[in-house]
Design a protein around this ligand. Sequence first.
Ligand SMILES: Cc1ncc(COP(=O)(O)O)c(C=O)c1O
Length: 426
Amino acid sequence: MDRRDFMQTTAALAGLTLASGAMAACAQEATDKDSEGYWQTIIDQYKVTDEFINLNAGHWGIMSEPVREAFAEHTAFINAYSSFYVGHGKSAIPSARNYNVERIEILGMLAEKLGVQVDELAFTRGATESMQLLISGYNKIEPGDTVIYADSAYYSMAAEMRHLEVYRKANVVQLEMPDPVEFQQSIDLFEQAIKDNPRTKLILITHMANRTGVILPLKEITAMARSYGADVIVDMAHSWGQVDFDFVDQGVDFVGFNLHKWIGAPLGVGLMYIKKERMLDIDTKSSKGPPGNDDIDNRVQTGTMNLAAVMSVRDALNFVDGIGIEHIDKRFRALRHRWTQHFIDDPRVDILSPEDPRMHCGLTSFRINAHPDSRALGRQLLTDYAINTAPIPQYNGIRVAPGLYSSMEDMDALTAAIKEIATSLE
Ligand SMILES: Cc1ncc(COP(=O)(O)O)c(C=O)c1O
């Protein structure tokens, strides 16, 4: 094959070989994607260290082998073709592979999965960048208007909301989210805050809280806020890809995602959604031309991204879509249930996300009431039981975030460790 043929065919080949890898595995148990046998075929497609059990998929998601291999191929391609791939090549040879063409194709896949238009999405380097662009770019706040966030928000988004006091002269209100919170209670909490602050313009909602795994009733809070004329910016870093929900049905206008947690893309890829009709409500970046245009790309300035990581989003989507979000959601709930069921009636241990199925999925935290220090407990789990988790000092708890590579045996090992530690403290 000559170089030009290679360039024309590698994109198609990369997609095909990787998709077929995932599909071959899925075909083994296509009849029952909720069976242990099927999930073993998924687990087999991950290379995870055997030095410890990794229950911290909430930090970022490990790539499946088909995705990791594709990422390596894309990296080799970018390394070989350099700037030819981002523009110069196509201008000289119209049939050459081109990043911008492939970027739009991949955004098209994401748009289809979400049920939105491709020109409502832009790549970023993570949820933090997406959310900061949305919060700091939201330009409808007049001095003295109120903005609201809950203390369960991710720390850097909370900081960005607080910064609106300096940046937009906003009145910033932080809500205390009870632990655990109930479905209607969470809606009422935000509604009361709006009633107490009639000039509320903007609310930050963390769809799934990173410290506890609590899922807030996004659709209901958004509709309620809208009825008072308030906008909602949503952090979906943990929900999309883990939880089975209809994005369009939530009625949201501004959303930040990452693709390196629950979609399983390489580190360094995020996504920003702005509903087309709301585009002018988010400022453009100074380097991307004057305000007044409605191109989402003018609201992001990442500089040069890791192009191979972006290219691998196609492969990551092929992998997770080969399983199907309804089966992923079900699997995560089953993994959660496997360990939490032992502690529901155990007064020594608190489970920090509600049992209400609308308010949890896989990621869930716990607290051993007699244990005074979650960081020390996290170290103990790692050193004595070889289980990697995330301590959450704010709740004196431990976050347990299984991945698609997690097994029921992993959850049993966690259960045994919690029981033993709780007993040792009696
Ligand atoms: C709720 C929440 N939002 C945002 C982020 C940041 O994500 P990223 O690493 O993609 O910037 C995290 C990361 O853990 C998170 O938990």
